[in-house]
Design a binder for this molecule. Structure first.
Ligand code: PFF
Length: 457
């Protein structure tokens, strides 16, 4: 099929590019998914393995995606066709687009919940409630057939609106405002949680590893989380990299994104676990952790100063919504850019198609938590099945192919050229980077899969 070419837009500044990529990475994955995965997998030992996954697999694969995007100047769906025309590699690009599209569907459901919680916090819906009330409130809300859908639609339209405004005026501009606000809020809220009585137990859970809890599942969970959190394996960052300027340093950008993302995840843990332990909620409460424990924190931490409690609650859910929004726009952009480039649709038309399709997936995933929870796939409801399929299988598989492509297939001069901005930067890490892409990352990912399937005994 014919590829349509348009004048290619780019980010206006290097810092804008970093903030947009960090905006994609920092999201519900950090504040919602990381704490409950950590809780489910035993705490600090999981975090150590997670850090290993970020640095050993994550950053080199991020560089590989940056290389693919900036060199091809095409969205992920077209990038492999540009760099390896006439080969089956194009399917890796398509797999990425499909993965992003599926994630957008269920991710926006949770993003919508953040709006309900902003609403509740702002209208004094939390005041006077006990921990048990919060559990009931969350269950009622998430299982309601209608209310979550309204928020889902609103969130998707907000995403749509920003994506339609374009790369520079929509994505970059919004990230430049939202990311600094988000960072300040995370730090302030962590301080607030750490001052709660009984907070030490939560800190211990986060920082003191218990290796007896480490199983193959913990490795798979950590790897899936690293890919999800860094927005890897679906060409999201490669699509953004296609908008990077010539002088953007890929290694520096990858390191900045990795460090920002990890800091926000750990800070989120420092908000949630001390709070969970302080109010006696088990850390393995699962996906509902932040919607049940957090409202408690604000009630308890500032019991004597209701104004502060009010401001903090609203601030936290605003933080969560902002983090989610910078990620949903990046997920949306992957499919929008693909349809725009491949079929020559205007961005508005491409974005409308993506919005419509992902709303459908969103509606099904949302109902899967309530009315339709009896429909299961491999014992999981549709929402959990989508999360498992995308985060634990599709992201690592397509991340592995990105590593193999840059490590083995792409011309070495191009790979080195992109890593060093065509000879203008030092390249001390280059041999290590290639070694990881060629062997360490692909073998590591395969081993973790084989182990998970029980083939190693
Ligand atoms: N990285 C985002 C988060 O941690 O919430 C989620 C995400 C965004 C995953 C974009 C994948 C992606 F391409």
């Amino acid at each position: 099929m014919q590829q349509h070419h348009h004048e290619r837009v780019s980010f206006g500044s290097k810092i804008g590019a970093i903030l947009a990529a960090a905006g994609s990475a920092v999201g519900l994955g950090n504040i919602w998914r990381f704490p409950y995965e950590t809780g489910n997998h035993g705490g600090a030992a999981f975090i150590l393995i997670y850090l290993g996954c970020v640095f050993i697999f994550g950053l080199p694969i991020m560089m590989a995606e940056f290389t693919i995007g900036r060199r091809s100047k095409a969205s992920t769906g077209g990038a492999y066709r540009v760099l390896a025309p006439g080969t089956p590699w194009k399917w890796v690009g398509y797999l990425g687009v499909l993965t992003g599209f599926l994630i957008l569907g269920y991710y926006t459901v949770v993003a919508g919940w953040t709006l309900e919680y902003i609403f509740q916090a702002a209208t004094l819906g939390f005041s006077g409630k006990s921990p048990n009330d919060f559990i009931t409130m969350f269950q009622h809300f998430s299982q309601d057939p209608l209310r979550p859908l309204i928020w889902l639609f609103i969130f998707m339209f907000a995403t749509h609106f920003i994506v339609v405004r374009g790369v520079k005026d929509g994505i970059e501009k919004s990230s430049k405002v939202m990311m600094p606000v988000l960072f300040i809020l995370v730090v302030l809220l962590a301080i607030c949680s750490l001052t709660l009585p009984g907070a030490e137990k939560g800190v211990e859970f986060l920082l003191k590893p218990d290796f007896s809890k480490v199983t193959a599942d913990v490795f798979l969970g950590a790897m899936g989380q690293a890919f999800f959190s860094l927005s890897l394996g679906m060409g999201c960052l490669s699509t953004y990299a296609s908008y990077f300027g010539k002088d953007t340093r890929l290694g520096h950008t990858a390191m900045s994104v990795g460090v920002i993302d990890t800091c926000v995840a750990v800070l989120a843990g420092l908000i949630i676990f001390p709070a969970a332990f302080a109010v006696g909620i088990q850390p393995d409460a699962g996906p509902s952790l932040i919607f049940i424990t957090l409202p408690n924190v604000f009630q308890q931490a500032f019991a004597g100063v209701p104004v502060l409690s009010y401001v903090c609650s609203v601030a936290f859910y605003v933080l969560l919504a902002l983090a989610a929004l910078t990620s949903t726009i990046s997920l949306h952009e992957v499919s929008t850019a693909f349809l725009h480039e491949k079929f020559g649709f205007t961005r508005t038309r491409a974005a409308s198609l993506v919005t419509t399709g992902s709303l459908l997936i969103g509606v099904v995933s949302s109902l899967a938590l309530g009315e339709w929870s009896t429909y299961t796939i491999a014992g999981m409801n549709v929402f959990d099945a989508l999360d498992y399929l995308t985060a634990k299988i599709m992201l690592p598989v397509s991340g592995m192919f990105a590593a193999l492509f840059v490590g083995w297939v792409l011309d070495r001069k191009i790979v080195r050229g992109e890593a060093t901005n065509y000879g203008t930067l030092k390249s001390s890490y280059y041999p290590l980077y290639i070694l990881i892409l060629k062997f360490v990352a692909p073998i590591g990912i395969v081993l973790i899969f084989v182990n998970e399937l029980g083939l190693l005994g």
